[in-house]
Write a protein of this length. Structure first.
Length: 366
């Protein structure tokens, strides 16, 4: 554990949990169910916050207004944390808002044969008395039905496994009367209803900016490290990066690197250079200041995708998009007489006929 994370963990251990709650959100029945929180739940809340702070995939957000429903409820809880009735009312209000937004979200995605992930809403107010900061936690965690082996009855519960944290939000509030607040958010899906509809927050770094910064940083790193020493590998990896940007609604930087480079079979690139490349790419989000998760905007990288390759006097190859099935679409070979050729698969009949002589066609058939 790094020194920063160790210090953060020690700070969390010293925090005092003031309020905590669990609400099961059943958007199918359009109901909310309250669950009691045992004393051991304090440890779970602390672990949740520590998990969020250690998670590299969180994004920074800011409030659109300090008068939105969720922020308004949080502020009232902060002002009267000892008023149990008020705290219960406001935590219920927040849970009810999530229920409404999940019902709306499910209506939107049902036509795509998908479902909003079911879960429980955990809320907690913590006090960092040393730094005079209040922390408010909201986390949507998986809950599932199970059979209680004591009486073989069906019950509902949730796991302490942090992989079952679907979404989370952490507000750090130093001044309750501030004109804006920031939040750290994690979401395991592309769905924006959590941050946009439910919490009414805006990204500190927009998807457009993230797309531009990430693609530019990746391309520059590829150019500096492998373009000259391994041109074939450079082309293949760059094409795979373009494909990932254009074919994923939810961009996860770690998953992208793993998808493209884990198990990659090099052509000209030495293995040690590949490992160095992986390390340099892994550092980019922090070095170039872009989020590790965002929704890529294809139009932002369209201009950067274009590449022109000189082939012969008066002839160039112009790439304007990702090349699907690269190996089958374009390849190079050297003839026995030493001449080098580029072979390109075409699906354009007119272009094919412009360059195909009768003799060539007959040779192809034979």
């Amino acid at each position: 554990m790094s020194l920063r994370l160790q210090q953060e963990y020690e700070r969390l251990v010293q925090m005092r949990i003031i309020t905590k709650s669990i609400r099961i959100i059943d958007y199918e029945a359009q109901q909310i169910f309250s669950r009691e929180t045992p004393p051991s739940f304090n440890e779970y809340v602390g672990e949740l916050i520590n998990h969020i702070n250690e998670n590299k995939n969180v994004r920074e957000f800011k409030t659109r207004s300090v008068d939105t429903e969720v922020i308004g409820c949080i502020k009232q809880i902060l002002r009267k944390p000892d008023d149990n009735d008020l705290v219960a009312e406001k935590t219920d209000s927040i849970a009810h808002r999530l229920l409404i937004k999940e019902v709306e979200a499910q209506r939107r995605v049902s036509r795509m044969d998908t479902n909003v992930q079911k879960g429980s809403l955990v809320q907690g107010l913590l006090s960092d008395e040393e730094n005079d900061i209040s922390i408010y936690l909201l986390a949507k965690i998986e809950h599932s039905d199970f059979v209680d082996d004591t009486d073989f009855s069906f019950k509902s519960g949730f796991s302490k496994d942090k992989k079952t944290v679907w979404k989370s939000c952490l507000f750090e509030i130093a001044d309750i009367d501030a004109t804006s607040y920031t939040a750290r958010i994690y979401s395991n899906t592309v769905a924006k209803y959590w941050s946009d509809d439910f919490l009414e927050l805006d990204e500190m770094v927009s998807d457009e900016s993230n797309t531009s910064k990430a693609f530019k940083a990746i391309e520059s790193t590829l150019n500096r490290n492998i373009r000259s020493i391994a041109p074939r590998d450079h082309t293949v990896i760059r094409n795979a990066v373009i494909s990932y940007f254009k074919n994923h609604e939810h961009f996860d930087y770690a998953v992208m690197l793993d998808t493209i480079l884990n198990g990659y079979q090099v052509t000209d690139l030495p293995e040690e250079k590949l490992e160095t490349l992986k390390e340099k790419l892994a550092e980019l989000p922090e070095r170039k200041h872009f989020d590790r998760q965002f929704c890529p905007v294809a139009s932002v990288i369209s201009a950067r995708i274009k590449k022109v390759y000189d082939v012969n006097d008066g002839i160039q190859i112009r790439i304007t998009d990702e090349i699907r099935q690269l190996d089958e679409t374009i390849s190079a070979y050297q003839a026995p007489n030493g001449n080098r050729y580029i072979r390109i698969k075409t699906n354009n009949e007119l272009t094919y006929r412009r360059f195909c002589s009768t003799i060539q066609a007959e040779e192809t058939l034979t």
